[in-house]
Write a protein that binds this ligand. Structure first.
Ligand code: P6P
Length: 333
């Protein structure tokens, strides 16, 4: 932290953002404001998720989103809340959301940033009170005038991200994000309505004993994945899979471990979305000394070709990700 100003556990998110802003000598505060706008929406969605069972907003909303999945009411509410916070905040020119078929152009010519977001991932877990999450990526638009352009501004490779993060609505609600200078985690204190720095400078263990995969699709995996998971079993690793990507990713980031979503018959390109799921977690992983690959290349190097494209995702402790790639290569010879 070149600012020289000390921050410590217990620093509020607002103060932390201000302190870290000085890491960017030319920062004019827009990215800081955008991060605050996201934190605000997270506070509102947090309140909704904790009440889901009570105010009868759980359960399917009846509509089907672009993913062909039943939209839970909370999905819709989270999408509305983040859209509203981002458009009101004034820093964003366009949004890609899992809940929207096409790009939302905010008609904001002064907005320098593009946000890709999954407002509420793992929403099938809402009704059974399992942790859910928000995942977001932030890019600077490349063009400087007129409406943002799909190829140049919206579908940028993950390595172009200027910031990324997730909110985990779990036993406590956490905001974890990076702006390219490491990863920091903040825990929400409901009674004060503030996020406080609780996990400064998160570094992922370089290996671990936890693997997270839906073994129900084992018969559909390519041989290398099967070989790797069998190796995990020989080494008596623990299987931990909540069905909620953010929860599994966060636990593995802190304790060491790997999350795998390979290609399956149902999802031949994997299930997870590149723009608003894999890229954000891949940026955080690498900033914390971990890795994220599609089995052959860094997630962050994938050049997007469509808005909602899927990718296989193997992410977590660096040595474990390298091991998966080794097994995939070995199974092809
Ligand atoms: P499956 C939730 O729908 C999600 O996008 C991730 O949060 C989760 O890890 C995965 O899909 C679960 O998918 O096929 O194992 O049910």
């Amino acid at each position: 932290d070149q600012s020289g100003l000390a921050y410590s556990v217990g620093t509020t998110l607002d103060r932390f953002i201000k302190l870290k802003q000085s890491d960017f000598p030319f920062a004019s505060g827009e990215l800081s404001q955008l991060l605050r706008d996201i934190a605000l929406a997270a506070k509102i969605v947090n309140r909704e998720t904790t009440r889901a069972g009570l105010s009868n907003i759980g359960g399917a909303f009846g509509q089907v989103n672009v993913q062909g999945e039943e939209q839970q009411k909370l999905d819709v509410i989270a999408n509305i809340r983040f859209m509203r916070a981002l458009s009101k905040g004034g820093e964003v020119c366009a949004i890609v959301s899992e809940e929207e078929d096409s790009v939302i152009d905010l008609q904001n010519s002064s907005g320098k940033y593009v946000v890709a977001i999954d407002p509420l991932d793992g929403s099938s877990n809402i009704d059974v009170n399992i942790s859910i999450g928000t995942i977001f990526s932030i890019y600077r638009r490349k063009t400087t005038v007129g409406s943002p352009i799909l190829k140049e501004d919206i579908m940028q490779a993950g390595r172009e991200q200027v910031a990324a993060g997730y909110v985990l609505y779990g036993s406590s609600t956490m905001l974890v994000y990076t702006t390219g200078c490491g990863v920091n985690g903040f825990t929400y204190e409901n009674s004060l309505g503030e996020f406080f720095l609780s996990h400064p400078d998160i570094k992922a263990p370089e290996t671990g004993q936890i693997y997270s995969v839906n073994e129900g699709s084992q018969l559909e995996w390519e041989q290398g994945i099967l070989d790797y998971v069998n190796q995990c079993k020989r080494e008596k690793f623990s299987a931990r899979y909540t069905g909620s990507l953010v929860a599994d990713f966060h636990r593995n980031l802190l304790k060491g471990g790997i999350y795998l979503y390979p290609a399956t018959e149902k999802n031949p390109s994997g299930k997870l979305r590149l723009l608003y799921e894999a890229n954000a977690l891949a940026y955080i992983a690498e900033q914390a000394g971990a890795k994220a690959t599609d089995g052959h290349q860094r997630i962050l190097d994938i050049i997007p070709t469509s808005l909602h494209q899927r990718t296989p995702l193997f992410t977590g402790s660096a040595k474990m990700v390298l091991e998966v790639e080794k097994f995939l290569k070995a199974s092809k010879v």
